[in-house]
Write a protein that binds this ligand. Structure first.
Ligand code: ADP
Length: 335
């Protein structure tokens, strides 16, 4: 008999609401790639989640294909993981319904991301927005995953998913292990935007976000426009805009480059123009090959179709087992 330990189960997703950016890469995709050899992984394109905010659903097809191509271009291997579209796995919706019976409207209304969305789109406060954390919990619990590689912005949703798991287990019987956000023992990543405040995001300021599809020229232009300080007194605390640039430099440039500019900053001799040039070239060198690979994959219809079909098949096999266990626990089994 094999003594091999059962691998931990990993689950995560990205919404197809626009091009992937550096935040998605360093917060999520990089970890997908790092985890794919040692864990049983389920990664999905969260197209149903996108419906809560996307008005023009005819854009979905292009977005889904691009997100898939970009993940693969970053190193995700569809033969090693289950890489699928959320809407290709209808068991997700079934578990979502079952979990909705355990979710309280009051707690959902208090979720900070719900409050943000209400502020952003007051004309479309749909019930899907309110129950977004329930659908996210369903995505994760569907595979009984325990490790969820996500950026810092998703930490709170994970807490909600854990609540639902333990509520379900407490009410009906033990089915779900508790899922935790995962980043190889490090703090969850938050990639800052270039405008000195907040995080990079698909939907917010495009000039402050570096996309994996950006041309070399676009990257250089965006970085050149990034906010810095106007010199300041040596020894005064580093403004957020500058700290953000250092954080980005750390991600795409060598340690020696970071050290040089850190020393220059401390000495009050830093030249932001030079620092930005280094940062831009670091990003160009990093993104160029990914962009080219993604374009080629995106144009390969037969390959993408195969990836989607193969992913859905693997995901549904795992999902069906969980749905059966859930129904049995609840008492929804009569024959
Ligand atoms: P977006 O916020 O750009 O719409 P999603 O909500 O689809 O992206 O998130 C996909 C993944 O990317 C999640 O794991 C999320 O935590 C991560 N992510 C998104 N933006 C950032 C960022 N600026 N820094 C770190 N991780 C991020």
């Amino acid at each position: 008999m094999s003594m091999e330990k059962k691998k931990d189960i990993v689950m995560s997703g990205i919404r197809p609401t626009g091009f992937l950016h550096l935040g998605n890469y360093f917060g999520a995709v990089r970890n997908y790639v790092r985890m794919q050899d040692s864990y049983t992984c389920y990664f999905m394109v969260a197209d149903l989640h996108a419906l809560t905010t996307l008005n023009e659903t005819r854009e979905l097809k292009g977005h889904v294909r691009r997100v898939m191509a970009e993940n693969i271009a970053c190193g995700l291997d569809p033969d090693k993981v289950a890489f699928y579209c959320q809407s290709h796995v209808p068991e997700t919706a079934e578990l979502y319904l079952l979990l909705n019976m355990l979710a309280y409207v009051g707690e959902l209304e208090k979720t900070p991301t719900f409050k943000d969305k209400v502020r952003l789109q007051p004309q479309n406060v749909n019930a899907g927005l309110l129950t977004y954390p329930v659908l996210m919990a369903a995505d994760i619990l569907l595979h009984r995953a325990t490790l969820v590689p996500v950026g810092k912005d998703q930490g709170q949703h994970l807490e909600i998913a854990r609540d639902f798991a333990s509520r379900f287990n407490g009410r009906y019987g033990e089915v779900f292990p508790e899922p935790y956000a995962f980043n190889f023992g490090e703090a969850l990543a938050k990639v800052p935007s270039l405008d000195g405040a907040g995080k990079m995001s698909k939907s917010e300021n495009q000039m402050a976000t570096i996309y994996l599809a950006d041309t070399d020229e676009a990257i250089r232009k965006k970085v050149a426009k990034a906010k810095t300080d106007s010199g300041g007194d040596p020894g005064s605390p580093m403004p957020e805009s500058v700290a953000n640039l250092f954080q980005l430099l750390q991600l795409v440039s060598g340690e020696d480059v970071v050290q040089k500019f850190t020393a220059d900053y401390a000495a009050g001799t830093i030249r932001y123009g030079d620092m930005k040039k280094e940062l831009a070239e670091g990003m160009v060198g990093f993104i160029g090959p990914i962009r080219e690979k993604a374009e080629a994959i995106q144009n390969d219809d037969a390959y993408l179709r195969r990836v989607m079909e193969q992913g859905a098949e693997k995901a549904r096999a795992s999902a069906k087992v969980t749905i059966q266990l859930s129904k049995d626990a609840i008492g929804l089994s009569y024959i």
